[in-house]
Design a binder for this molecule. Sequence first.
Ligand SMILES: [Zn+2]
Length: 315
Amino acid sequence: MFLSISNASSKLERIQQPTKSDGSLSFLVVGDWGRKGAYNQSQVALQMGRIGDKMDIEFVISTGDNFYDNGLTGVNDPAFEESFSKIYTAKSLQKQWYNVLGNHDYRGDVEAQLDPILRKIDEKWLCKRSFIVDAETAEIFFVDTTPFVDKYFTHPEDHKYDWSGVIPRDKYIANMLKDLESALTDSTAKWKIVVGHHTMFSAGPHGDTVELKEQLLPILQASDVDFYVNGHDHCLEHFSSNESQIQFLTSGGGSKAWKGEIEKNKPGMEFYYDGQGFMSVQLTPDSAQITFFDVFGNALHDLDVFNSKQLYSVT
Ligand SMILES: [Zn+2]
């Protein structure tokens, strides 16, 4: 009973994702969406389908808060199909979806979202806690950010969080950060992208996530990460910082938005849109083009980054 299991050699699971034949890659990012089509979720899905077709995307990333308000109740929860399979019906979106968990997902049965049995209902679904998608041109590191946030543990209010698989929390976080740090250090990919649910910098109602700025950001800064991509605030936003080349991109406009709480003139803010929408990413080994789209499919903001780690232009 005093057996201690060492996770010293544990590594993040790695999934191979092919690129186009010329080594380029395109994908969409959406977050904070599962509302059975309501709050314009269906309209965002429609435009994702249109843009996804135009870009001939390889996959879709979900930044979490996949099912409102309280995740899934189990693998048989009809919300899985009502909020996912029956909404993202466009042909271009029938690609692999890489999903992380958000804080709302932790209020339900977490194991259900992680259960491979969901792939029998809809094979495009794939959700894990922390993992790596190796797409040659880019490596994408998915991080389970909800366990970092103190208030879910200290002030859960009337919410019940499913921490099975997370506690003891300190060990869970320490192991994850250690695995992430070594994977980022070892990576030779042209582009390093980190995806989590929670914000790093945000002018939205949730603001910055101090726990991530303290514990995760230094690792990203030390390993030449290009982009940190998240949801959580129901908006589209782009921040840069003087401390590193990392561009911070929020795509959390998958359904309910227009909260109207914006911290104006926040340092580093390049773009903020309070409404629904999503983000597209087009990568070649030398360049990245990122575009934010609104619910009508209009391009709102472009970011072009050249792979010299220093040069970028915002238009
Ligand atoms: Zn959230």
